[in-house]
Design a binder for this molecule. Structure first.
Ligand SMILES: [Zn+2]
Length: 761
């Protein structure tokens, strides 16, 4: 799946960097490191310099060539071969390695038919042709065809309606124009949300079928030259992908909340809640063009118009479409590779690093670009072990299977080992796709200062300044007014909160394990996503030709793992977290104020427009119903718990800063009990009952939106209740989140007590 990646031209940045160059190569920086004494930090950096010297680009290139040589989707022969190859590599590097199997539902197509029956006949091609310029694009017999996994079977014929991205507000705009999709087939363009939201919302509005196409404005010739000349998606390129209702729960649809082991109790297929309610099919813009061209009715609003050579109309019809889909609903083996180095001092504290290995087709960018960086990290750490070093904490490297259909491998593993992980898992670090450009980081804000420290110590291969400074410059040049100011003034660069879209979700949102999601990008061409053209040839031309950023990711991930595995105390800082929560509390309060004003305006406008309509019969306008005014909610419980959190965070961070300044470490037993509490702080942010209507999501601060799927909703319980105008629930959630924050604050106070009372060595 995708990681949010920034885009920017290089030239203006060069100017900015001239006065922020990093230390000459080889010089050891003796800046303090969170969680280490002064001497410990110097030793740690010496180890990292050795680690860097061990990294080899050619390994990444060679492994990518091999791992992406044939289609390796979940359940495929080459997917199994890849898992065995990866495991054999880890074993050879000295890791305790196993392949853990789960058995998951994974439908593949038996019948796919899409045709237009009126006003003219057209049968969609539904295939991506081989290209002579791409040496692995001609493997049709092994490739998964273009489809949306977890779409139900269906055979529907109906008029077509264009619904833009097909998110809830698009249907409000259609309703305003008197267009109802009941009994219709809708066509939506990719983008704007997780693709599973499109058939979900279409079904909620009564549609009987859903098509999703890649519009060239977002993903084709409007962005740049198309493949094979350029990187961007050509007319026959199509985006496969899961449409499971992941905001309900990810993972195997038949075993919600439990690991899909052989003997696990499974739901009946008909009761599986994350399958779509209507048949859905992805298509290329070559297949979408005749359909969209055959729509009449009102013109689409300007910001709904893409880059196809047509006038975009909404319909309904006259295009009539017939969609027939049948799937082979089989259960297939899912192979996770799990490789461990047992910690010498705290074996029950786990630092877990993961990247998926399955793809939709050859998957050079998604996921192999990230996986090969993770493997090279692990190989170099294996080399360090050979020289006698052992990490304090246990290091676990994972290569997940089944991520593409819905985070299956990681979710089943997390569910199967939930009790053990709740006890032992300290931090999870995820990566997925990787390419040239800027470091993108999302994660738990208790790790924000830590990851800023890591970003300061990794050099950007193009500009030779730190990757942290490159992001800072990007925000100064391209950010919002707020971003610019913060990038100039705030010591730490903010990291983004995690929604969903990759394998971190079960760790942070189901078990409350502090997590990070990392990856480079923003200067690599797009266009190959989930297509047969996501190949070694495409990636080595447009992604990261020299694997410079593969090495940058290995340096970043490697530093994170080594520092977390070696630190005297886990480097969590609560001030940054409290600062993030303060922002979220301000946002939800402002949200109600904005909605109150908006509703007042809208009701007044409806009233005025109604009067005006009588005057002008030409305008097709259906007056929406006036909305009930937005009440004032009592946010005091939340604001008070926030104030307590800020106070406790200040105390804890203060005590830890003093300890660092003293240069002396806490006694080992105090370090261990402090870790024990710190590990549980992210757990304290969860609630067993989970979020309203989706108990799998336990985290009360971060969750993917119910109607975004990818995009994060912070303080989701109260924010989504407000968005849905569910005022009673909003008030309940204010109290629930306040209690959650108080629970966390109590843990922080416990940690402060230990840190303050223990003598220093
Ligand atoms: Zn991926």
């Amino acid at each position: 799946m995708i990681i949010n990646k920034p885009l920017i031209k290089l030239c203006s940045l060069a100017l900015l960097f001239s006065f922020t160059l990093t230390l000459p190569a080889g010089a050891i920086d003796n800046k303090p490191l969170l969680g280490f004494t002064r001497d410990g930090a110097i030793r740690q950096r010496e180890m990292e310099t050795r680690f860097d010297s061990l990294l080899k680009k050619e390994n990444l290139r060679e492994w990518m060539k091999r791992l992406a040589a044939r289609p390796h989707h979940l359940g495929s022969a080459y997917g199994k071969e890849n898992a065995e190859f990866i495991a054999s590599q880890f074993r050879s590097w000295g890791y305790e390695t196993e392949i853990e199997q789960f058995d998951v539902l994974f439908p593949t197509p038996k019948t796919r038919l899409l045709e237009m029956t009126a006003p003219e006949k057209f049968t969609a091609r539904l295939a991506e042709p081989a290209l002579k310029e791409d040496s692995t694009s001609n493997q049709a017999s092994e490739q998964l065809p273009i489809y949306n996994a977890y779409s139900i079977d269906g055979d529907v014929t109906a008029q077509l309606v264009y619904v833009n991205y097909g998110v809830p507000k698009d249907y409000d705009a259609l309703a305003e124009r008197g267009i109802d999709v009941k009994g219709k087939i809708v066509i939506a363009r990719y983008g704007g949300s997780w693709r599973g939201i499109k058939p979900k919302v279409a079904a909620e509005h009564g549609a009987v079928g859903c098509l999703i196409y890649s519009d060239p404005r977002d993903d084709g010739y409007f962005q740049g030259d198309v493949y094979p000349k350029g990187a961007w998606r050509n007319e026959n390129g199509a985006q496969r992908g899961s449409v499971a209702d992941m905001p309900l729960f990810p993972g195997d649809p038949l075993t919600p909340g439990i690991g899909a082991t052989k003997d696990a109790k499974r739901l009946a297929l008909k009761d599986a809640p994350t399958l779509t309610k209507i048949p859905v099919m992805p298509i290329s813009y070559a297949d979408a063009l005749p359909l969209l061209r055959s729509l009449a009715g009102p013109m689409a609003p300007e910001d709904w118009r893409g880059a196809l050579p047509i006038s975009y109309h909404l319909g309904p019809g006259p295009a009539i479409v017939h969609l027939k889909l049948e799937f082979d609903w089989k259960t297939v083996p899912c192979y996770n590779v799990i490789a461990k180095i047992r910690g010498s001092e705290r074996p029950d504290e786990w630092i877990i690093r993961g990247n998926h290995h399955d793809a939709w087709v050859n998957g050079a960018d998604d996921p192999i670009s990230g996986l090969v960086a993770e493997m090279e990290e692990a190989r170099a750490i294996g080399e360090l072990m050979k020289s006698g070093w052992k990490p304090k904490r246990t290091i676990v490297y994972a290569a997940w299977d089944g991520e593409e259909p819905g985070l299956l491998g990681s979710t089943e593993w997390v569910e199967a080992h939930a009790d053990l992980l709740k006890r032992n898992a300290a931090v999870y670090i995820n990566s997925d796709t990787n390419g040239r450009g800027f470091l993108g980081v999302g994660g738990s804000h208790t790790l924000e200062k830590f990851i800023n420290e890591v970003g300061r110590d990794v050099t950007d291969p193009q500009t030779k300044v730190s990757v942290l400074e490159r992001i800072r410059a990007l925000r100064i040049v391209r950010g919002s007014t707020d971003d610019k100011r913060e990038a100039r003034e705030r010591a730490d660069l903010r990291i983004s909160a995690l929604g969903s879209g990759s394998d971190y979700s079960p760790f942070i949102q189901h078990l409350g394990i502090a997590s990070l999601n990392i990856g480079y990008g923003g200067e690599d061409g797009g266009g190959s996503y989930h297509s047969v053209y996501d190949s070694f040839d495409h990636y080595t031309r447009f992604g990261d030709p020299n694997f410079d950023y593969g090495i940058a990711l290995a340096q970043t991930g490697g530093r994170i793992v080594l520092r977390l595995a070696n630190a005297d105390v886990l480097p969590l800082v609560f001030g940054n977290f409290a600062d993030a929560v303060e922002r979220y509390v301000r946002e939800v309060a402002k949200l109600t104020d904005d909605m109150r004003e908006e509703t007042r305006q809208k009701n007044r406008q409806i009233n005025e427009r109604s009067l005006w309509i009588i005057a002008d019969p030409t305008e097709v306008y259906v007056a929406p119903k006036a909305e009930a005014p937005v009440p004032h909610l009592n946010f005091a419980p939340l604001q008070n718990s926030l104030a307590r959190l800020q106070e406790s965070a200040r105390s804890f961070d203060g005590v830890m800063n003093e300890a660092a300044a003293s240069g002396r470490a806490l006694p080992l037993e105090a370090q261990k009990s402090l870790d024990g509490i710190l590990i549980q702080t992210e757990r304290a942010m969860t609630r067993e009952q989970g979020l309203p209507r989706r108990s799998w999501y336990k985290h009360q601060i971060y969750a993917p939106g119910f109607y975004t799927g990818y995009g994060v909703k912070t303080l989701p319980g109260v924010r989504e209740a407000i968005e849905q105008r569910n005022w009673k629930e909003a008030s309940e959630q204010v109290n629930i989140i306040a209690e959650t924050i108080d629970r966390l604050t109590a843990e922080i106070d416990r940690a402060t007590k230990i840190a303050r009372q223990s003598p220093r060595n």
